[in-house]
Design a protein around this ligand. Structure first.
Ligand SMILES: Cc1cc2nc3c(=O)[nH]c(=O)nc-3n(C[C@H](O)[C@H](O)[C@H](O)COP(=O)(O)O)c2cc1C
Length: 315
């Protein structure tokens, strides 16, 4: 029998293309993230054993629960891909939120918000896989919020294990603010667990998302790239109504741990640099540091830049 969907904390890490590699997911799990998602993956890449995709499919027992996120519109291909990977992942998530132009032009991601019949077909096919949660990540609509509500109801009728709702339309991309009221509306209309998503920057935001919308869990994306410690801060806040602010030592901990994991899992040098650029956000003289990181052409140089910066900040 399939496990019921239940997590041991409320905050989960968002899927983020080019960023949520296995090393970053393990880093966040170490700080207390309750669930991780892969970057969005295209079935053809898996079915043709593409080298870049193989790397994206790496998982570890230590990061569980971990969800395979797929994008596409062909029920058979999505099913074949998920079933091939079922022993490594706890669930399969259908991307119904990507607003990137060429993805939508191909009829994938958020373009499917306007195709309820197709979505139903895909989900019912995925649901025939035993022992895998089936979920979907949606936006509020393409350009009107009725679309998201309608899709959420269909996903509910399919008895999907959970949905994630990013509180913006595809047309908005990342502009404007997350619409908590619209997320609340969806939560009210469905019986399945809902993960609220959008603009979480600190534990207080997560609490507001939970309380105001009535959702069950909260997803953090961009803020986790800057501050993966947010998952630990959330747990502290939940217990004590208080949490430790991020320190320079925390930043060093983040950098050191990520680097170790990135080396273990052979993460591309350019991606390690991207992560470092994010880690150095909101740090004193961060823009100078980022410029140096940008110019680094080896791991040794990157480490030197980082440790030199830390030493200078501490003196
Ligand atoms: C760099 C980047 C890559 C993303 N890639 C994905 C993806 O692969 N799949 C997906 O469902 N959402 C993706 N998203 C959207 C995030 O999962 C999340 O819904 C969005 O960033 C809003 O949450 P936030 O305000 O906490 O960042 C991506 C977002 C960013 C910034």
């Amino acid at each position: 029998m399939k496990r019921k969907f239940k997590l041991d904390s409320e905050l989960v890490l968002a899927p983020m293309e080019e960023y949520t590699d296995i090393a970053f997911r393990l880093l966040c799990k170490g700080y207390g993230s309750a669930m991780q998602f892969t970057e969005m993956i295209y079935p053809e890449g898996v079915l043709h054993n593409n080298k870049k995709t193989r790397k994206r499919l790496l998982t570890s027992e230590k990061e569980k629960p971990v969800i395979l996120q797929l994008f596409g519109s062909d029920p058979e291909k999505l099913y074949e891909t998920a079933i091939k990977q079922k022993d490594k992942f706890d669930g399969v998530d259908l991307n119904l939120g990507c607003s990137v132009k060429n993805i939508m032009e191909n009829g994938y991601g958020a373009a499917l918000l306007d195709k309820p019949k197709q979505v139903e077909k895909i989900i019912l096919k995925l649901k025939t896989i035993k022992n895998m949660w089936v979920s979907a990540k949606i936006r509020l609509g393409i350009n009107n919020k009725k679309q998201g509500l309608k899709i959420a109801r269909i996903l509910d009728e399919c008895d999907i294990d959970f949905i994630t709702v990013h509180g913006r339309t595809a047309e908005q991309k990342f502009s404007g603010k997350t619409d908590l009221k619209a997320i609340k509306e969806i939560v009210k209309k469905v019986n399945i667990p809902v993960i609220g998503n959008g603009d979480i920057k600190k534990p207080e935001d997560a609490e507001k998302m939970l309380r105001y919308t009535g959702c069950d869990y909260v997803m953090v994306g961009r803020e986790a790239l800057k501050n993966p410690v947010i998952f630990r801060q959330w747990k502290e806040y939940r217990e004590k109504r208080n949490y430790k602010q991020l320190t320079l030592n925390d930043k060093n901990d983040i950098f050191t741990k990520y680097l170790k994991l990135a080396l273990k899992y052979n993460i591309d040098f350019k991606k390690i640099k991207w992560h470092m650029q994010y880690f150095s956000k909101e740090m004193e003289k961060g823009s100078e540091l980022r410029e140096k990181i940008n110019k680094a052409d080896s791991l040794k140089k990157l480490q030197k830049i980082w440790y030199y910066y830390l030493k200078k900040q501490k003196t």
